[in-house]
Design a binder for this molecule. Structure first.
Ligand SMILES: O=c1ccn([C@@H]2O[C@H](COP(=O)(O)O)[C@@H](O)[C@H]2O)c(=O)[nH]1
Length: 272
């Protein structure tokens, strides 16, 4: 999906909601556990219930890898089920020396080599340019680079001063040389909304993937006020607050209600 297609999708759906598919077997409604593939059955119901409200889906790869080969199978089926008009994110937080990163890129971007066919993958910046650029060799695919994460540990390194800047700002400035806003996004936690104005000075046009509303308590209002651009520019993720709104027979209905509340609020910010 291109930058302009993503922007147009946001306008058409009046939404910049990304539904996080952090599907945890321990948290699934009991009645699904007798299904042959409970994870896929759950994801399918969540996607059916939210597809008109969401512009993106983000399976967090840890939840699938932890199930071994069955988890990879559930992931593949889930990815195949996501509607073609939605942006897909492999939240894998990969990055290694160049030849290894090349294999990670093939895993998520190359279905002809037994890989998956995601639109994007999250990548850690710590190992530098040669760990990130192999992901950029796939035309039309996106890198979403961790910049300022939502967790409290983000202060340990990302907020450290490097000259006049903080380390996360150096990450953004440096990575802008590797790819433009049409191929590169940054992760900024919703819990870091105070920094968004500064981030928009450094990266006015890049999309930001913003996890941390819902279970982590980030404010959609603050994120939208400081992060929205003329092109949308935001993908705001919620996982647990949508997926586990109920663990009863009505789980999909309640997931939709949570997603609908976020989308309704987003429509208001898009038009204000
Ligand atoms: O800074 C970050 C980067 C990634 N995440 C991921 O997003 C979701 C958030 O889930 P919630 O249940 O909505 O809290 C999850 O997959 C994280 O690994 C993040 O939270 N913060």
């Amino acid at each position: 999906m291109t930058y302009s297609e993503l922007s147009e999708l946001i306008v058409r759906k009046q939404s910049y909601l990304c539904v996080g598919l952090d599907t945890d077997l321990q948290k699934l409604p009991h009645h699904l556990l007798t299904e042959p593939d409970p994870v896929f059955t759950f994801n399918k119901a969540i996607i059916d219930a939210t597809a008109d409200l969401a512009v993106a889906y983000k399976p967090n790869i840890a939840f699938y890898e932890a199930q071994g080969p069955r988890g990879w199978e559930s992931l593949q089926k889930t990815l195949d089920y996501i509607p073609v008009d939605c942006f897909t994110i492999a939240d894998a937080k990969r990055g290694d020396i160049g030849n290894t990163s090349g294999l990670y890129a093939r895993t998520f971007f190359n279905p002809t080599a037994a890989g998956l066919n995601f639109d994007s993958v999250t990548v850690a910046p710590y190992m530098g340019a040669d760990s990130v650029t192999p992901f950029l060799e796939y035309a039309g695919k996106w890198v979403i680079l961790l910049a300022l994460t939502s967790n409290s540990g983000s202060a340990d390194f990302q907020r450290q001063a490097v000259g006049e800047q903080e380390l996360y700002q150096v990450v953004i400035e440096t990575a802008k040389r590797w790819a433009g806003p049409d191929r590169l996004m940054f992760v900024v936690g919703a819990t870091q909304a105070d920094e968004l104005s500064r981030i928009r000075e450094i990266a006015p046009d890049h999309f930001l993937l913003v996890p941390g509303v819902g279970a982590q308590g980030g404010s959609l209002a603050d994120v939208s006020r400081h992060g929205l651009t003329a092109h949308g520019g935001l993908l705001v993720n919620a996982s647990r607050s949508i997926l586990y709104a109920s663990n009863g027979l009505d789980f999909a209905e309640q997931a939709r209600a949570e997603a609908k509340a976020l989308q309704t609020e987003m429509a208001k910010y898009l038009n204000s």
